[in-house]
Structures are given as C-alpha cells and as structure tokens.
Write a protein that binds this ligand. Sequence first.
Ligand SMILES: Nc1ncnc2c1ncn2[C@@H]1O[C@H](COP(=O)(O)OP(=O)(O)OP(=O)(O)O)[C@@H](O)[C@H]1O
Ligand SMILES: [Mg+2]
Length: 273
Amino acid sequence: MEVSVTMQATSGPGAVGVAPGVEVSGVSKTFRTSAGDVVALTDIDLEVRQGSFVSLVGPSGCGKSTLLRIVAGLETSSGGSTLVAGTPVDGPRRDFGMVFQQPVLLPWLTIFRNVMLPADVARDRSPQARKRAEDLLELVGLDGFQHRYPRELSGGMQQRAALVRALMSRPSLLLMDEPFGALDALTRETMNSELLRIWSETGATTLFVTHSISEAVFLSDVVVVLSGRPGTILDQVQIDLPRPRTFDVMDSPEASRLTNRIRGHLHARGAVG
Ligand SMILES: Nc1ncnc2c1ncn2[C@@H]1O[C@H](COP(=O)(O)OP(=O)(O)OP(=O)(O)O)[C@@H](O)[C@H]1O
Ligand SMILES: [Mg+2]
C-alpha cells in the first residue's frame, strides 16, 4: 500500500499508483427547498490520510450521505473546500469509485456486462479490461456468475458485483454509503472481511458510511462521529486494533472500549447508532 507518498508534485487525478488524501475544510451544506432551508452540514473539517480506511457514523439525517456526495463531486457544498490529492473536487472523477446502499446494477445486463460498464463508457475494449473484470470477480468469489443477470443473484452477491464495478477503474478513492445495510448479519460479516482484504490489496483511500458502530470499529483506521443535524464532527476515534483483522478482534477489551466511546457520543444526544 502506498501511504507515504507526498501530496503535491507526485499526486493528482492522473497520477499512477498514488492514493489521494481527502481534505475537507470548513464545509457546510444548506439545501434550499420549497419548505425552507435545510442545514445539513456545518463547518466540517476532516482529513483522510492516503490509503487509510475512515468510517462516518452518526444519527439518521445528520448529513453522512451529503458529505460523501460532496467528496464524490456529486453535490456542491455551500461553503468551504474539498480537496482530493490536493486538487479541488469540481465533479465526479474516473479515479473515484462509489458504492451505494442498494447495488445499482442494470437488470438487462449480465454481471459481466455490468462490471464492464466503466470500461465500456471509457471505450476500453482491451483484453486487459476483460482480464481485470475476471480477476476482480474471482477476488470477490463471483467467478462462475459472470453470465447471470442481477435478479439471479442474492443481495450480497449483487453488492459484491457493484463493488467490483467500482473497483474496475482502479479508484484511488473508494466512497461507500451504507453498502451492506440491506444484508443479513452473516453475509455482512463476510462482506466486511472481504472488503478489508480487497482494501489492503488495492490500497484505495476509503470513506465508508455505516449505522453500525461495530462495523465501523472493525473496518476502520479512524471512525468519525457526527452529531445530529446539522452534522458537525463530535469526535474522531483512532482505531489502533492490529491488522490484518479477524472478527475475534471485536472480543478484545480495546474494541469494547472504542465501541463504547462511540456509542456514548451517540446515546448522549439521544441518537442510537
Ligand atoms: N436533495 C436534498 N434536498 C433537500 N434536502 C436534502 C437533500 N438531500 C438531503 N437532504 C437533507 O439533508 C439532511 C441530511 O441528509 P443525508 O441524506 O445526508 O443524511 P444521512 O446522515 O445520510 O442520513 P441516513 O443515515 O438516514 O442515510 C436531511 O435532513 C435531509 O432531509
Ligand atoms: Mg445516508
């Protein structure tokens, strides 16, 4: 994993093998609606180290998805700045991968064609692109399902295909918005382990939104705790559990201490995370 690369000269959207850091400074967001203004975020300062795994937790409606969408370039902020690898975000980039709560697969395309979409859009018909799709599908245990349609796969398998599609363009920044929220507990645990394995292999800086405190602790280097709306940062909890991690780590006193610290913030404000 390339984590020690300096930000300026060697980084940028076109740089090869350089994972960007994310710098959010003084970001706020107000939605103007017919029913009045909705202040979703105020004064968010957040730094995500290159190659690190950072989770956002906080009560429903506190602005987690909004923050993720601002970093992704899918939403503009009302104030402040967002830099990825030192460059202001002014729209989605090819080196950003996004995974949403529901796997957004096209029902009329096979899994393979769905996964190949980013390459198709970029008109990349190279054997290397096909090979990458095949390798990634194998990595997430979907080899043998290439020619099936999304409806023929379970929710977890569809989410894995969506993850593969997000990884196709070798994203240096992976943004995931409650990707496993719809999955049963066992599938979710499997997906968490697979995600950590893939993350350690790709080295992508990852920003992950979840409602599950234990999921956040298990996966992350840092858990960012947001307050209720308008979202502000209450705490940034460093997770120094050893890696590589297996679920046993969650039985440790240190994991309990971290989980309780995060839960304390959320319960103190009447919000259950
Ligand atoms: N496009 C929009 N127009 C108006 N208001 C919006 C829009 N998108 C989000 N909001 C409002 O901004 C606030 C934050 O929404 P957001 O979806 O970011 O919350 P969240 O933390 O992701 O919640 P959840 O955990 O339920 O997914 C909410 O009050 C929401 O109603
Ligand atoms: Mg959300």
